[in-house]
Design a protein. Structure first.
Length: 231
């Protein structure tokens, strides 16, 4: 069985080598790139299952790489930066990053996050469940756990991995107010180390994609969010 390839993009050779050592020890194949343009070329060449992307890159920075990738792909992205700056985190998440780490980082933590992001992205169908048990519906909204597809009024709504996971949690608890901490725990899992602003960014994306005709994601001030049907 071929190994899953992780693309590590960083202009520091020692960072690449350290990440490669730990990821390969966990059974992954590792490809690398030292600048943004090389990263885009490598994506087409090696078909990675996930990209670890430094923000401060020569030729083309990480923000632009992420933006271009997100224009036509849901490739999972973990962003890296040397600055512990909330603005960087928010911009990265708004561009479509799945997770965010500040350098220097523990390589074991990187491996944990890679596994967590990939685990959330692949939801194999259990053979003992019939098709009906894979469907969650509310109003005209239909979420299929098997195919990981969402339809509103029978129209396919393309969602990224974390957007789908967050919507699934909201649907399973529709009508109930959930705190940002609860949503982080349920949608991202215990091994996500992000901040609650992450939830706000993804809620904004969901609101825009789902529209206002069938469901609404209400802000519950002082608590978090709840999903409600409009009909």
């Amino acid at each position: 069985m071929p190994k899953e390839t992780i693309l590590v993009v960083d202009d520091e050779a020692n960072i690449i080598e350290l990440a490669k050592l730990y990821l390969e020890n966990e059974g992954f194949a590792v490809a690398s790139a030292k600048d943004g343009l090389e990263a885009l070329a490598k994506i087409d060449k090696v078909k990675p299952v996930l990209m670890v992307l430094d923000l401060m890159l020569p030729k083309l920075d990480g923000w632009e790489v992420c933006k271009r990738v997100r224009a036509n792909s849901n490739l999972p992205i973990i962003m890296l930066t040397a600055r512990d700056d909330d603005v960087d985190k928010i911009v990265g998440l708004e561009l479509g990053a799945d997770d965010y780490m500040t350098k220097p980082y523990n390589p074991r933590e990187l491996v944990a996050r890679v596994k967590a992001v990939l685990r959330r992205g692949y939801q194999p169908t259990r053979p003992d469940l019939d098709e009906g048990q894979h469907i969650i519906e509310l109003g005209d909204l239909n979420l299929n756990l098997s195919s990981r597809e969402v339809h509103v009024a029978k129209k396919l709504i393309p969602l990224r991995t974390k957007e789908f996971d967050l919507l699934q949690v909201l649907l399973q608890h529709h009508g109930s107010a959930l705190s940002r901490e609860q949503l982080l725990d349920l949608a991202w899992g215990f091994d996500f180390y992000g901040e609650t602003r992450t939830v706000d960014v993804h809620i904004a994306h969901l609101r825009k994609k789902l529209g206002k005709d069938t469901v609404t994601i209400d802000t519950v001030w002082g608590i978090g969010y709840k999903l409600m049907a409009l009909n």
